[in-house]
Design a protein around this ligand. Structure first.
Ligand code: NAP
Length: 246
């Protein structure tokens, strides 16, 4: 089995390449450094020519809805076109829990990406992950104001990119789901509480303000909007374990 990983140099992509190799499959890593650009389509036909499976773990340059929608619709369009031409048997895309019910911000962009995947003729699987542990720091940075760090008091099941990569590799070597598998972390936490834990661990303790109007990935969300369903694949690594190991 030959698996192309688009976004192979990324947080999730690099781990997915390693997990796929553990499964004994041949992996073709794709990124701009390899001369392949999913935004322009450059090098894609050649890279996918003999692929059986494509795993798309590319990411947009921004969380802004317009910018990320432009990226995901263009990149996924190019990837699906090349996958169709190459006769790829399984297309696996990494999405976010919430894409099915939140229409704004980055979630709206991921929903647009999912729609393209669902409407292709290539058999597909969608893996929706909960927010990565790393996203807590990114949200804290984006929410830093003179009076403290504003983050929404969302309930989350943050997941490690190792656990997401394991779920993606497992799906990629199996039969297409023609549907969604959710991947989530083992613990439910509150974003403001883990943000305070992170800042203390980084030596930057200070006020963390639970602000229901503060955006998360460009969207203002209900408290439970990003919780997975009961059938989610549950990973092993908690936020506290991840924090200690970084
Ligand atoms: N962050 C979260 O909490 C979260 C939660 C659930 C799901 N996700 C999803 O996880 C996926 C992967 O995220 P990540 O954090 O692992 O991404 P990342 O670390 O930012 O990596 C992005 C990858 O995309 C590649 N890429 C970007 N633009 C490209 C282009 N024009 N042509 C070719 N390759 C390009 C990059 O390669 P080069 O720059 O080397 O070319 C890199 O390998 C995303 O789709 C995201 O929606 C994220």
């Amino acid at each position: 089995m030959r698996v192309v990983v688009a976004g192979a140099t990324g947080l999730t992509g690099s781990r997915t390449v390693a997990r796929l190799r553990d499964h004994g499959v041949e992996v073709v890593p794709v990124s701009r450094g390899e001369g392949v650009d999913v935004s322009t389509g450059r090098g894609l036909d050649q890279a996918l020519r003999t692929a059986d499976v494509v795993v798309d773990v590319t990411d947009a340059p921004s969380r802004d809805q317009e910018v990320s929608t432009e990226f995901f619709t263009t990149a996924t369009g190019h990837l699906l076109e090349a996958a169709t031409a190459a006769g790829v048997e399984h297309y696996v895309a990494l999405s976010v829990v919430g894409a099915g019910r939140v229409g704004s911000g980055y979630f709206g962009a991921k929903a647009a990406q999912e729609d393209l995947v669902r409407h292709t003729t290539v058999p597909y699987s969608l893996v929706r992950a909960t927010p990565f542990h790393e996203s807590v720091e990114a949200t804290a940075t984006a929410g830093t104001r003179p009076d403290g760090v504003h983050v929404p008091p969302l309930l989350l099941r943050p997941v490690s990119t190792d656990d997401v990569a394991a779920a993606l590799a497992h799906v990629a070597v199996g039969l297409p789901l023609f549907g969604v598998l959710e991947a989530a972390g083992p613990e439910e936490v509150r974003l403001d509480e883990v943000t305070a834990e992170l800042l203390t661990a980084l030596g930057r303790p200070g006020p963390v303000i639970a602000d229901a109007r503060a955006p998360f990935f460009g969207a203002v969300l209900e408290e439970r909007a990003l919780l997975p369903g009961p059938d989610a694949h549950v990973g092993h690594h908690t936020f506290t374990q991840w924090l200690k190991s970084r």
